[in-house]
Design a protein. Sequence first.
Length: 370
Amino acid sequence: MAIKFELIKECKRTKARLGKLHTPHGVVETPVFMPVGTQATVKAMTPEELKDMDTQIILSNTYHLFLRPGADLIREAGGLHRFMHWDRPILTDSGGFQVFSLGPLRKVSEDGVTFKSHLDGATHFMSPERATEVQMALGADIIMAFDECAPYPCTWEYAEAALARTTRWAARCKETHQREDQALFGIVQGGVYNDLRERSARELVEIGFPGYGIGGLSVGEPKPLMYEVLEYTAPLLPTDKPRYLMGVGSPDCLVEGIMRGIDMFDCVLPTRIARNGTVMTSRGRVVIKNAGNTRDLRPLDEECSCYTCRNYSRAYIRHLFKAEEILGLRLTTIHNLQFLQTLLKKVRQAVAEDYLPEFRAEFFAKYGYE
């Protein structure tokens, strides 16, 4: 078996879990946040810098790597790990979300999706079989089944049709998948409809996968609704398999997701807002370009020990952004990623010592969440 999930502990007061995910490229302690390296790189970061902040696993995207530089080249280079100089675990998203976000540039059929590249307008076709073959060529430790992500809002009928197709495609992905050193996860769909989520989970568990993603959330629905769907969906999945909430990465959603039994998360949020000059701190978000930081010689977060906070002031980083110097966005990216890795360590400790509800209350009060 390519991976093994070891359930270490289930929280007595919440649905939070501690686990270890054993992969061909190392063991991942869960719950875990995966920085997104969409195009085989976490923007502005070197692999060594990611390791210095104890990044355990990263995510790359099949859609983007399929278009550029192509799976064949990456296979010739020895696979994604060697190509990008990363020797720890990698998860690749199937590209389903990216394809379906193309809107009028794509056409869905039972066979797959015909779409036009956002790079040059060239026409391509992605089927469940092709998405699986590309991911086998990339060689990630964990790959995802090709799914249809329903938008929010959408009708029950739309969500049901997307769910049914996702199940059929998941079976085709499993039939295609052949690498024994790689795990294929199914993806639960169903929009915000609990009856559809239950059906999707049941059908995927019947097919059988070593792990399960929960897709189609954090696509515009209110956070309380997302939490409600998570509360219902997570317990439907096997306790001995990892549960992965796709595309979620704000601090509040991470904590709330963990309290509902989620083990894995990914999101572009921390790196994207960093490049725009926004940082996460223990007392909420800070927009470093604001005039109030002009002469502020404090670090971004006085409670943070990341490279950025140990060495640079808000005033200096604001100056870098105003001068359009690349170092500015590198420093904010380092900080945001370290902030989330530190948060997840604290959450894991809180679960281990049975004080997660108290941790949540204290963290939310300081951060400024209601």
